[in-house]
Write a protein that binds this ligand. Structure first.
Ligand code: ADP
Ligand code: MG
Length: 333
């Protein structure tokens, strides 16, 4: 294995070429500033082999997912991505081709999302690979979309489709009964490589009252918004957008609907806005080519200080969820 400095020069310095403040990764630190009228929005995320991705995952996909989950958080706040730091902690047994593939994955996503590597750290471990990406974005000063801005009576929207990644993880684990090859491949791809909504997020500034990216699961992440905003939420399960592949999986095994609604890793944007913003959101969705679906509404909290998320089925019955899926139906009053 080459020295740390050779590895950085060979594989990482090219990724910093277009960002002057990165100084070619030849200095101790990098310089980044927001453009006039904007401020920097920062986020970091660590992914650990064997925990956040399978130990045998392809290095380019590990790199891209590590970057993309950070871009998704920036998007959820309405920030445009600019740059990122990379801390790479590798087992001493890792070979250089692994690093080359890892860097190639980053190069691909840098081109796709218009971000640059500006620094990081490289170290070794006797444990698993650890990848830490810290991303920097920018947004107009004091305009980021917080989790806490939802008001009673807002409409709730979500981008893309929900549940694909959680179902894809089951495909990966071999626990998805009787799914066609095409659908399995689609779901698996959605798990492996999320599509951060980097164009939609910034467009929601001044439109959305609150936003979050769906990483823990639709219901759990909506609950996060409700808790910080102090509102309840009512979601129509029938309105939640599902891909054709997810629909096929659920048709074959209905309890998988609970997996779709509560599973994680979608990296779609979940946001609230006043009903009067619906036309504008429809227009945004059309111009950006990103599906945005109205799935429910917020309400005054039924129990003060105890916001809750209610999911109703087609018969207006409340779906109750456990980690395994819903256990019973009870009447919503
Ligand atoms: P120091 O010894 O001061 O901690 P390093 O030798 O770790 O500095 O890093 C030298 C330069 O290489 C710095 O600009 C640092 O940001 C960059 N660098 C180190 N590791 C990485 C990495 N994995 N990805 C990107 N840049 C890195
Ligand atoms: Mg160092």
């Amino acid at each position: 294995m080459a020295s740390e400095f050779e590895l950085i020069a060979r594989h990482f310095a090219p990724l910093a070429r277009d960002f002057p403040g990165a100084y070619g990764l030849l200095d101790d630190a990098a310089v980044i500033s927001a453009s006039p009228g904007n401020e920097l929005i920062v986020k970091t995320d660590a992914v650990v082999s064997g925990v956040d991705f399978p130990a045998d995952a392809a290095p380019d996909l590990i790199a891209r997912k590590a970057l993309r989950v950070n871009l998704s958080d920036l998007a959820a706040k309405g920030a445009r991505p600019r740059a990122y730091l990379l801390d790479l902690i590798m087992p001493t047994t890792l070979e250089e081709p692994w690093i080359a593939e890892f860097a190639a994955g980053l190069a691909r996503d840098q081109a796709e999302y218009g971000v640059a590597l500006i620094g990081g750290d490289t170290s070794s471990t006797s444990g698993p690979v650890v990848v830490v990406v810290s991303a920097f974005g920018e947004a107009p000063v004091r305009r980021i979309i917080r989790r806490g801005g939802a008001r009673p009576g807002d409409a709730i929207f979500v981008s893309g489709t929900i549940g694909d990644a959680a179902l894809g993880l089951r495909v990966l684990q071999g626990t998805m009964p009787g799914i066609t090859e095409d659908c399995g491949a689609f779901l698996l791809d959605r798990y492996r490589l999320p599509q951060p909504r980097t164009a939609l997020g910034p467009a929601l500034i001044g439109v959305a009252t609150a936003a979050i990216d769906v990483s823990d699961g639709l219901v759990a992440d909506l609950r996060h918004v409700c808790e910080v905003s102090g509102v309840d939420a009512i979601v129509d399960a029938e309105l939640v957008p599902l891909s054709p592949a997810a629909r096929e999986a659920i048709a074959g095994h209905p309890p998988l609907l609970a997996v779709a609604l509560t599973g994680g890793d979608d990296y779609e944007l979940l946001f609230t806005a006043p009903p009067s913003a619906a036309d504008r959101i429809r227009e945004l969705s059309r111009s950006l080519g990103i599906a945005v679906t109205h799935i429910g509404r917020t309400a005054e909290p039924f129990v003060a200080n105890s916001p809750r998320v209610t999911v109703l089925d087609a018969a207006r019955q409340r779906l109750a969820f456990t980690s395994e899926g819903w256990t019973h139906f009870d009447r919503h009053t």
